[in-house]
Design a protein around this ligand. Structure first.
Ligand SMILES: C[S@@+](CC[C@H](N)C(=O)[O-])C[C@H]1O[C@@H](n2cnc3c(N)ncnc32)[C@H](O)[C@@H]1O
Length: 271
């Protein structure tokens, strides 16, 4: 990855990715199923947060999960091993230099990776080349512009904007979810269908208050505090006020909304 990865690889971020995946498993993966015998590439598996869900839900498919980070791969291996899953092999690799033959996978799965790349279409074109004709590609991305909440707070929007800006400075795009359809079409995928998947949280859903509002979204914004100061795009007072107001949305009268986008496209069956 030529760009800096905005979330970093420290243990707290790993835990956040696990919380995110655990909380969102049903929302993101309810219709993700790969038939027995199929061969699936998971590109940018990170610490294996999605891998466990994928491999468990399609226990007779065979997964190859790759990531740029050797440390993340080691953690993912541990996670998959302790879940008792034996249908995943891991490999450290860069999406832009993958060691696989053309058309060697039936399906490709990519989650929360394109948002960190300065050349997302190029990545999709490379991944499409690894699909057999008629194979499918599934891409899931968030879009921080889809965040709204009660009580509303300009300080909270400012803190979110710090992450959006940092990701932009690192070459990525934290608002990429809304672009999934045109990106996948531009990459040459056919029959592209994008589903918006909305997370709605109020205090009648305590699991989501804790797992999503606090431990996924607010933790993610909080995680860039130091980088945002270093980049000179905020000051401690303004940023911390934003975090306080994000936490406020997890109180009994608070509400939090966010939308993920899941796109599925097909590689042409024609030569
Ligand atoms: C936000 S994490 C998402 C991990 C996982 N897919 C999930 O949903 O929990 C993004 C991951 O993409 C990986 N990544 C970024 N650029 C990459 C590249 N060029 N090749 C392979 N992996 C890459 C990072 O190392 C990181 O682990």
């Amino acid at each position: 990855m030529s760009e800096a990865y905005v979330h970093g690889y420290d243990p707290r971020e790993n835990e956040r990715l696990q919380n995110q995946a655990g909380t969102l498993a049903d929302l993101l993966h309810s219709d993700t199923f790969y038939p027995p015998g199929s061969v699936v590439l998971e590109a940018g598996c990170g610490v294996g947060a999605q891998t466990v869900t994928l491999a468990r839900r399609s226990s007779n498919a065979r997964f190859t999960s790759i990531d740029l980070s050797a440390d993340s791969i080691a953690e993912a291996k541990r996670k998959v091993g302790s879940a008792g899953l034996t249908n995943v092999q891991f490999r450290q690799a860069d999406i832009f230099a993958l060691p696989f033959a053309a058309e060697s996978f039936d399906h490709v799965f990519v989650c929360f990776v394109l948002e960190h790349l300065s050349r997302p279409v190029e990545a999709l074109v490379i991944l499409r080349g690894l699909l057999r004709p008629g194979g499918t590609m599934t891409v899931i991305e968030g879009d921080h512009g889809s965040t709204y909440f009660h009580p509303d707070s300009s300080a909270a929007h400012h803190a979110i904007q710090c992450l959006v800006k940092l990701q932009q400075l690192a070459g990525g795009n934290a608002l990429i979810g809304r672009q999934l359809y045109p990106l996948m079409v531009e990459a040459g995928l056919e029959a592209v269908h994008v589903s918006p998947l909305m997370v709605y949280v109020d205090s009648s859903r305590p699991d989501l208050v804790d797992g999503f509002t606090r431990k996924t979204f607010t933790a993610m914004i909080e995680g860039v505090r130091k980088s945002a100061m270093e980049a000179g795009i905020t000051d401690p007072e303004a940023f911390d006020a934003g975090i306080r107001d994000l936490r406020r949305t997890a109180e009994p009268d608070g509400v939090f909304c966010y939308t993920f986008f899941k796109g599925v496209g097909e590689k042409s069956r024609r030569a």
